[in-house]
Design a protein around this ligand. Sequence first.
Ligand SMILES: N[C@@H](CCC(=O)N[C@@H](CS)C(=O)NCC(=O)O)C(=O)O
Length: 161
Amino acid sequence: MMNTRIWHTTPLYHRIGPVTSRSAALDNFGNYYMRLFFKYFFKTAQYIIGPIMLLWDTLTSPRGIVRDPAVQQQIDASTDKLVLYEFRMCPFCIKARRAIKRLSLNIETRDAMRQETSRQELLAGGGTVKVPCLKITDDAGDATWMYESSDIIAYLQARFA
Ligand SMILES: N[C@@H](CCC(=O)N[C@@H](CS)C(=O)NCC(=O)O)C(=O)O
């Protein structure tokens, strides 16, 4: 009778203590392979989806706005102070590059995945290797590192649209 009472009031994890530790070991084992699976799944997906996105981007490339040459020259002088750090196949970078194209801006791009120097510049200046990141240098030579594709696009639209 006493035993029955204990059985009913003891929490489940006490009753199946030894099994729990075995399942914890199994969980760790499972988590390790799960993580491995996800890592390679997304890497593979990236290499399949990436080129498709690039092709789509090329085929549907937006038409840039046409400005008076004198105005475009002024804008080119301003965008000389901007650098976009990017990865070629990052969807957020494609989004930012399309906005740049739409606005007909001549902004230098640096590949932070393939060029080690660009990667180091981004890490040292911006604090993290996350792309896209727009480096904005002011007239005094001070740099601001802007992350987030939506913020970058909003900034460019507010300045150049
Ligand atoms: N919310 C961000 C997402 C940017 C993002 O996740 N970029 C990826 C490449 S597609 C990246 O830099 N990953 C590296 C990291 O997060 O450390 C944006 O819209 O810009």
